[in-house]
Design a protein around this ligand. Structure first.
Ligand code: SAH
Ligand code: SF4
Ligand code: F3S
Length: 504
């Protein structure tokens, strides 16, 4: 080789075996590969990540984008990009159907733009049948990986680019002759489970002023309807010092609100060398200068401690909002769901939280049509909704997930019955929500300003500590700031307000 330029081949010594050094090596290698390709094309390479599912996936996507940008891809909104990644969800059947539908459209685009790379990751890819189906029916996909090895993205992209280069070369060599036996190689790397937590990955945050922070991964609860424990693996907590280090870094970077993430944050810390409770972790997070608001999700009612209620009640930073999934109001169904609480225990918990943290908003998740659910069971759910007075509720029609205990249960509820119950529940939830949501009307509250209103550019949109949305006249300079707003009018799920002078 001429000159002093390092080429990809020269760098190809054996990659380090240990993380994070191995990924640092591959980030550099992939960066050179991306640069080589982009020099050849005379333009930057673009990438687009489409995220399905929950906050876990949203946070994973920020890490994935961080890696893609580090290796030289430029993020674009459009899926007409050089590298398109779908971070998938499989919690309900329709989540999967949506991915297949869009994948078909991507395939049609790729036919006309064969240089494009299509990658799939996330919870759906942890299911063997899904990967088999993609291998068979969506052969144009370039890369599949799962939930346990997102930190390996640079290595996997590097592998794909190598194989792409070989394909291009063999295509060139075969020029003039029909390309025979030329096979597109799909890179697949899905791990069943892991106890590995790789720290210090590059991250590209969606918002400069707020961020999710994983405090734990996986789930051990095995609610009988839920596929998450099968696709996210066993519960493992990050060390508190790593979490605090990340939050300090975020704060010094301008973040004022953190959302601590886990499938069941209330069981945080159980598997640590020095066990720590979630309430204990919250006390540490509160001490980080610059962080003004702390949120967390999700809280499993069975593990919500008195210590947590106490910490929430005494805190000036923990937001007055708790997402507390009910799933069903019938103790019999809750038992079948393996939730480990009864209707009465849930009601008691909700009452204690409300008494300890005045003005707190409670939100929830509810499933309708779990196998064996009778009209009486359903009425119990409506009863809890009314008695607790949730600010809002995500309502779901039960979806049968292969491999979960509930999928094998007899007595699946007929579709029309479920649909009718679902509509009744939705109406109840909306009525209650409109009643309780206006509780702060005509008061001044602090709003974290998040963005320009989608429909009216003269309005800014932000959130109260209790997570309710507020729109008020303002300008972009307010984004990321906490400002006092007079809540002039409640419109059911949101307020119209007016900024007032001074701090609260
Ligand atoms: N770890 C969180 C929830 C993760 S899944 C928790 O325990 O609350 C988000 C929500 O999806 C669940 O709360 C549940 O209401 C819903 N859900 C999960 N599996 C489902 C299924 N098979 N059918 C319908 N809804 C489901
Ligand atoms: Fe699923 Fe239950 Fe775990 Fe939540 S706690 S992710 S509903 S198994
Ligand atoms: Fe979906 Fe996976 Fe979250 S299945 S809800 S993206 S943990």
């Amino acid at each position: 080789m001429e000159g002093s330029r390092t080429t990809i081949e020269e760098r190809d010594m054996t990659p380090p075996a240990m993380e994070p050094e191995r990924q640092q090596y591959f980030m550099e290698r992939a960066r050179l590969q991306v640069k080589e390709l982009s020099d050849r094309l005379g333009r930057p390479l673009t990438c687009c990540i489409n995220t399905f599912g929950c906050q876990m996936n949203a946070r994973d996507s920020e890490k994935l984008l961080g890696i893609l940008e580090t290796i030289g891809y430029r993020a674009v909104e459009s899926e007409e990009a050089d590298f398109v990644l779908y971070n998938t969800c499989t919690v309900r059947e329709n989540a999967n159907l949506r991915v297949y539908g869009r994948l078909g459209q991507l395939g049609a685009y790729k036919k006309k733009h064969p240089q494009m790379m299509i990658a799939l990751c996330g919870c759906m890819m942890q299911e063997k049948e899904v990967v088999d189906k993609i291998k068979k029916s969506y052969r144009y996909v370039d890369l599949i990986f799962g939930t346990h090895n997102i930190f390996k993205l640079a290595e996997l992209v590097s592998l794909c680019l190598d194989s792409r280069k070989k394909e291009d070369e063999s295509r060139k060599a075969a020029e003039g002759t029909p390309v025979k036996g030329h096979k597109h190689k799909m890179v697949i790397d899905v791990w069943e489970d892991t106890d590995q937590i790789v720290e210090d990955l590059p991250v590209e945050r969606k918002y400069p002023f707020k961020s999710g922070v994983n405090i734990m991964f996986g789930c051990n609860n095995f609610c009988s309807y839920c596929i998450v424990p099968y696709v996210r693996g066993r519960e493992r907590s990050r060390k508190p010092e790593e979490i605090i280090k990340e939050i300090r870094r975020l704060a010094s970077d301008g973040v004022v609100e953190v959302m601590l993430l886990g499938q069941n944050v209330n069981s945080y810390g159980k598997n640590l060398e020095t066990p720590m409770t979630f309430a204990g972790l919250l006390r540490e997070v509160e001490k980080v200068d610059g962080i003004r608001r702390i949120r967390f999700m999700t809280s499993h009612p069975k593990d919500l401690s008195d210590e947590l209620i106490e910490v929430m009640a005494g805190s000036g930073k923990i937001c007055r909002h708790l997402h507390l999934p009910l799933q069903s109001g019938s103790s019999r169904i809750l038992k079948e769901m393996n939730r480990h609480y009864t209707k009465e225990q849930f009601l008691d918990l909700a009452a204690r939280i409300k008494a300890a943290v005045p003005g707190i908003s409670l939100t929830t998740d509810i499933i309708v049509g779990f196998p064996g659910e009778t009209e009486e069971d359903f009425l119990e759910t409506l009863d809890v909704v009314r008695r607790v007075g949730f600010d809002s509720a995500f309502t779901f029609i039960y979806s049968k997930r292969t491999g979960t205990p509930a999928a094998a249960m007899e007595d699946q509820v007929p579709e029309d019955v479920v649909k009718e119950r679902f509509d009744r529940l939705l109406k109840e939830v909306q009525d209650i929500s409109a009643e309780v949501c206006c509780r702060d009307e005509h008061t001044v509250q602090e709003v974290l300003v998040e963005e320009v209103n989608d429909h009216s550019p003269e309005l800014m949109t932000g959130r109260l500590s209790n997570n309710t949305v507020v729109h008020f006249p303002g300008d972009v300079s307010l984004i990321g700031k906490l400002v006092p707003v007079y809540l002039e009018e409640s419109r059911g799920f949101y307020y119209m307000g007016k900024q007032v002078d001074g701090a609260l």
